[in-house]
Ligand binder design. Structure first.
Ligand code: ZN
Length: 182
């Protein structure tokens, strides 16, 4: 199934109304301005985050914002212009958890085609267990594998990343995992 957002209502260049059509030399519908004829492309967004770990525990944040307010997630958010994926992941970790981490290797790359997103999580070793959650987080807390609130995990990509993390931790070998999330 082709993902089509059709979310653009007004032209970013002139404010005119847009309509969706297949431009010449293209093969899918785009938002085209009815006034200035500018074409606005919609492409997948990157969500970047970390797996902050301390000994046998992982840091989770309880969301203070919708969607999934009150549920637990790894620190992550939309990548910003002007930063690398790792820089974005570190920024989100500081903003959401107030955690002091040493960034490590890329750990998961997860395609969420249905919503037009790619989620990337990096391993991140905690330097301290003192956290200062930002306004988007109710609380930040360390969990062992046995303590993870699996029924209260906010997103499938968080769940997939946590499962892979504890699997690799048991085997003692950390790789890069890719998956398509349905
Ligand atoms: Zn326009």
């Amino acid at each position: 199934m082709l993902f089509q957002a059709r979310s653009i209502k007004h032209c970013k260049a002139c404010g005119g109304s847009v309509h969706y059509q297949v431009p010449a030399d293209d093969n899918r519908e785009r938002a085209v301005c009815s006034d200035c004829h500018a074409i606005h492309y919609e492409n997948p967004l990157n969500v970047v985050g970390t797996v902050p770990f301390w000994q046998d525990q992982v840091l989770l944040c309880r969301r203070n914002i919708e969607p999934r307010r009150g549920l637990w997630t790894l620190p992550a958010g939309f990548m910003e212009l002007g930063e690398s994926t790792a820089e974005g992941a570190l920024r989100e970790t500081v903003e959401e958890a107030g955690a002091d981490v040493e960034m490590g290797a890329l750990f998961t790359l997860l395609n969420v085609v249905r919503v037009g997103q790619v989620h990337l999580f990096y391993l991140a070793r905690l330097r301290s267990t003192e956290f200062a959650p930002g306004p988007e987080t109710i609380e930040a807390q360390l969990f062992t594998e046995a303590q993870i609130p699996w029924e209260e995990i906010a997103f499938k990509t968080t769940r997939e990343t946590l499962l892979r993390y504890f699997e690799d931790r048991r085997s003692g070998r950390f790789g890069v995992h890719t998956a398509d999330i349905a």
